[in-house]
Design a protein around this ligand. Structure first.
Ligand code: 5RP
Length: 220
């Protein structure tokens, strides 16, 4: 089985009847959502909360009942992907540009399950540039303030234009050498006025499920 499918389907074992389920974004979360669609088709009664417009479309195409975020106070389980993770289950997310909605949904989730390749595991975060969602207004000032934290920020582009998030903001990918204190860096980036949110998810994940490279499952 495709490793992404393997971990995606494994994560759905945490979903039970009547739950509110956060639906992640990306190519790994895709397989979890496909499986949830199948479970719903077979009679499971759950309600989903999508982390992006793309996921919302996918979930609707599978007839997964969805809640509007304004109706939601707590989410039982969220299943989402990640771009990098360490042994403390700290994450870099936002490779797909959905980090703001993903983090809001993670923040009200009781059990946050991450599904990701073993190759994304590391000792110290920082190989992957941290995606930071910033306001279009005064983007140059924000970039300079991010640079002062010791990174090389690069505007994300799509089809030759600046990438625009579901929230009508920009993403700048910030490459640091090593992120020794992700909690501190997360707070410093968010203290910049033009930063809406950043892709460091510290102390949020409860479980990381990855494939061991030989068709088995690793869980931390
Ligand atoms: C989107 C994300 C994704 O979960 C992350 O980029 C991993 O994606 P994939 O499973 O396709 O590698 O954070 O904003």
């Amino acid at each position: 089985m495709n490793p992404k499918q393997l971990v995606g389907e494994k994560a759905t074992e945490h979903i039970k009847e009547g739950m509110i389920v956060g639906l992640g974004t990306g190519s790994t979360a895709y397989f979890a959502i496909m499986k949830i669609g199948e479970m719903v088709k077979n009679g499971l009664n759950i309600k989903g909360v999508p982390t992006s417009k793309a996921t919302e479309e996918l979930a609707l195409s599978l007839n997964i009942p969805l809640l509007n975020i304004s109706e939601v106070k707590k989410i039982d389980v969220t299943i989402d992907g990640a771009d990098e993770y360490d042994s403390h289950k700290n994450l870099i997310k936002g490779g797909g540009g959905a980090l703001l909605r993903e983090k809001i949904i993670a923040s009200i989730t009781r059990f946050y399950v991450i599904i990701a390749d073993k190759a994304k595991g590391c000792d110290i975060l920082g190989d992957f540039a941290v995606p930071v969602e910033i306001t279009p207004f005064a983007k140059e000032i924000t970039i300079n303030q991010l640079k002062a934290l010791g990174c090389e920020p690069k505007f994300r582009e799509k089809d030759g234009k600046l990438f625009i998030t579901d929230n009508q903001n920009y993403i700048t990918d910030c490459k640091f050498k090593e992120i020794k204190n992700p909690k501190e860096l997360e707070a410093k980036m968010n203290a910049i006025p033009g930063v809406v949110e950043n892709g460091l998810f510290v102390g949020m994940a409860n479980l990381i499920i990855s494939e061991d490279g030989e068709g088995g499952i690793l869980q931390i």
